[in-house]
Design a binder for this molecule. Structure first.
Ligand code: NAD
Length: 304
């Protein structure tokens, strides 16, 4: 990648740009020449209420940094309105950072359908809605960059976050499909799993951790993913406190049983099902899985 990652002439839509990570992205893209759509609903961490203040303040900061901003106060569930703001103000859209988010943490026993739907709608549906509205512009211009915000809660699981974890893992599934569908149009989609100090995490982290995990340490990696020189597509990256690393799937040795077999036969193979030792098998598609089964079957079909 070039040492001077500029975004002159590019239009970046940042959802949830009124605070935390979104605000930090907006300020950095402003310095790098992008025109910015600052979207924020302005509600609480739990998604209650709304206000224009957070988005207005960040738009003002963007303008003070010498760039231009258009403001949008809609929920990400109405992605078409957010993208319309970009088209009306700047005539194009090049980059979307799907970042808006809320929490409704509650254990499974107490989780209501409303807790579930609210989180799925803002995170998963919101990410879809904004992306869907931008997609036709990306395809027609043969260019687009998308950064979706996943979470360790979805990748690893986190107590009390069945709704949030499901949405965040769903977001990475969505990213992987976008990457495959967008490749031929020069649309690149990647997911990040950030850990950062924000109003979302202020009750979880010590003051020392809050200092270590400032949002500004996430921003440079996201700038790289959004640049036209970025070749990454479909990746999932942990980003936190100056640490940047890719995650991927790894397949264990596994077991193949021919003919008829029982649960007891499967149980005997349990060690192989779980054995990763010394193996470097990193699948990237279901074709790979099907290919493996066909090859095992034909090996087993050969006369001994
Ligand atoms: P934050 O609360 O500071 O920022 C989220 C912003 O999204 C807020 O300004 C909020 O008003 C806005 N927002 C909420 N619902 C919206 C909606 N429906 N439409 C438009 N805007 C809406 O939190 P943050 O830590 O900066 O989180 C940013 C993203 O990163 C979220 O998706 C979050 O789930 C994810 N994330 C954060 C962490 C972390 O450690 N902070 C970890 C993993 C994932």
């Amino acid at each position: 990648m070039s040492e001077n990652l500029r975004f002159d002439g590019r239009v970046v839509v940042i959802t949830g740009a009124g605070s935390g990570l979104g605000r930090a992205y907006a300020l950095e893209f402003a310095k790098r020449g992008a025109k910015i759509v600052v979207n924020d609903l302005g509600g609480s961490v739990k998604g209650e209420g709304k206000s224009t203040r957070a988005a207005d303040e960040v738009a003002e900061m963007v303008r003070n940094a010498g760039s231009v901003a258009a403001v949008n106060y809609d929920s990400v569930e109405n992605g078409d309105k957010i993208i319309k703001t970009a088209i009306d103000a700047f005539g194009r859209v090049d980059i979307i950072i799907n970042n808006a988010g809320i929490l409704r943490d509650v254990s499974m026993l107490k989780m209501t359908s409303s807790d579930w739907d609210t989180i799925i709608n803002v995170h998963l549906k919101g990410t879809f809605s904004v992306t869907k509205a931008a997609w036709k512009y990306f395809k027609d211009q043969g260019y687009g960059r998308i950064v979706n915000t996943s979470s360790g809660s979805g990748i690893y699981g986190n107590f009390g976050q069945a709704n949030y974890g499901a949405a965040k893992m769903g977001i990475h599934g969505f990213t992987q499909v976008l990457a495959k569908e967008g490749e031929k149009y020069n649309i690149k989609a990647n997911s990040i799993c950030p850990v950062a100090a924000s109003r979302m995490t202020q009750d979880l982290f010590t003051p020392e951790l809050m200092e270590l995990l400032v949002p500004e340490k996430i921003v440079p990696f996201v700038v790289c993913l959004c640049h036209e020189s970025c070749k990454e597509n479909g990746g999932l990256f942990e980003v936190a406190g100056g640490w940047f690393t890719r995650l991927r799937w790894q397949r264990a040795q596994g077991a193949f049983l021919k003919g008829k077999f029982t649960a007891e036969d499967v149980k005997k193979e349990w060690t192989k099902v779980n054995c990763f030792n010394g193996l470097n098998d990193y699948p990237t598609g279901t074709q790979d899985t099907i290919g493996k089964i066909i090859s095992f079957s034909s090996e087993n079909a050969k006369p001994k």
